[in-house]
Design a protein around this ligand. Structure first.
Ligand code: AMP
Ligand code: GLY
Length: 421
């Protein structure tokens, strides 16, 4: 089998390493991949959003199967375009990827089908939105409708902040066209849980739950980032919560998408908040999470390619998906200053043991690896206990070298505390 994996971050590195475990895989191309991924796949300099380029490459290289990992090519119809030339894919078509591509769509879907989520209003008009926030309860949550690299959510504590957020999204176009429309929603409280799932449009197979650490600094302080670390499983996701999520959220969502003529196949990511009124959906993603994937896939005992193909072919109900009972912790090392201004181009050295080492932002130049992004690398360790997984991940991170290396020192701490309660 010859595969392409579209994307070039730590998530894609984790997917590629797992796919390589399948003996029928002869070749994996990463489009575009990165300098670190180059150890595990042939990287081709085609952007993840260059749909024409991706299709043309796949056709000329007799690709048997494609995995489209990031949100933007999915929303742009990369899967539709590859399917059109006869290449089967893991990932939703554009009509289903809208569940992440438009927050207004997702909210309306949940309202129509009674799926628990925060109360909300949608606005196309800045004046009407401003009038609304002048009377809305505080804090209030303001979200750009479209994709915004995980940064399109502002939690406003004061009326001034709420008005400023509306203006910056709708008038100053801080997130470009993604902010033509906004969703303003009720502020919810409770621990957050990420649940990625495989779904073929009928059957939902949840993966191991995980906990992201979105804020840049220790103690969940600082700006929101793409994610500074993850642990799995998430202690807040008890068996009871899982059963409630399956009945009230997971199956109804997949059924609703089918009813709307937007059958979702691929990885559907449920961003959940466990409130006093039960679990509620904070967001849907139409793809694997980054860095959730870096703790979830190392705990998958079944063969990833087999499960992915069953998802594509509608055979999930008859496919066994087995998970390890162990714990995983992934700590991200970023460039100092991320998610704002940071420097790049520093030499990157990797731990000798590459197991669980996922490169997110690096380029290869004259045989050397140089940092090229905000999030540079993630290191995952799997162990019998969460304590051990955390300790080993941090120890491995000591062997990652680059100038201006920055990481949170408390990944997994909240999960440890949660268990003591
Ligand atoms: P999102 O990009 O939608 O996942 O939002 C980013 C983060 O904002 C989430 O992980 C939550 O921590 C927070 N958030 C989003 N919506 C709400 C809400 N309605 N109430 C409280 N926090 C929220
Ligand atoms: N880590 C959050 C996301 O992938 O959206």
């Amino acid at each position: 089998m010859k595969l392409i994996v579209v994307g070039g971050g730590g998530r894609e590195h984790a997917i590629i390493k797992k796919l390589k475990e399948n003996k029928t895989v002869e070749k994996i191309y990463a489009l575009p991949g990165n300098g670190g991924i180059a150890e595990d796949a042939e990287c081709i300099d085609i952007k993840a959003t260059d749909i024409e380029g991706i299709v043309s490459f796949a056709v000329h290289h007799d690709i048997d199967y494609a995995v489209v990992a990031p949100d933007d090519p999915l929303v742009l119809g990369c899967v539709d375009a590859l399917n059109f030339v006869g290449i089967p894919c893991f990932g939703p078509t554009a009509s289903a990827a809208i569940i992440e591509g438009s927050k207004a769509f997702a909210k309306d879907l949940m309202k129509k089908y009674g799926i628990p989520t925060a109360k909300y209003e949608t606005f196309d008009d800045a004046e009407k939105a401003l009038e609304y926030v002048r009377n809305a309860p505080l804090p209030t949550v303001i979200k750009a409708d479209g994709l915004a690299l995980g940064k399109g959510v502002i939690i406003a504590e004061t009326r001034e902040d709420a008005e400023a957020a509306v203006r910056s999204i709708m008038e100053d176009k801080r997130f470009g066209r993604s902010g033509d429309r906004i969703v303003i929603e009720e502020f919810l409280e409770g621990p957050e849980v990420s649940v990625l799932s495989f779904t073929d449009g009928e059957t939902v197979v949840p993966m191991i739950s995980s906990m992201d650490h979105k804020r840049a600094k220790d103690g969940d302080k600082g700006l929101n980032t793409g994610g500074m670390g993850t642990v799995a499983p998430n202690p807040y996701y008890t068996e009871e919560v899982a059963a409630e999520c399956m009945e009230k959220i997971f199956l109804p969502t997949v059924k609703a998408m089918r009813a709307e003529g937007r059958t979702f196949k691929g990885c559907l990511y449920f961003g959940l908040m466990i409130t006093n009124d039960g679990p509620k959906v904070i967001e849907y993603n139409c793809r694997f999470g980054d860095p959730e994937t870096q703790v979830v896939l190392p705990l998958l005992e079944s063969d990833l390619l087999t499960v992915m193909k069953a998802t594509t072919e509608g055979r999930l109900a008859e496919t066994e998906v087995k998970w390890s009972k162990k714990h995983a912790c992934c700590v991200i090392a970023a460039s100092k200053g991320y998610p704002e201004h940071y420097e790049k181009g520093f030499e990157l050295t990797l731990p000798a043991d590459r197991d669980g080492v996922y490169v997110a932002g690096a380029v290869k130049k004259d045989g050397r690896l140089l940092t090229s992004g905000g999030r540079v690398i993630g290191v995952t360790r799997v162990a019998d206990t969460l304590e051990k997984a955390i300790e080993e991940a941090y120890r491995a991170l000591d062997d990652v070298g680059f100038e201006n290396k920055y990481y949170r020192t408390d990944i997994g701490k909240r999960a440890l505390q949660a268990r003591e309660k």
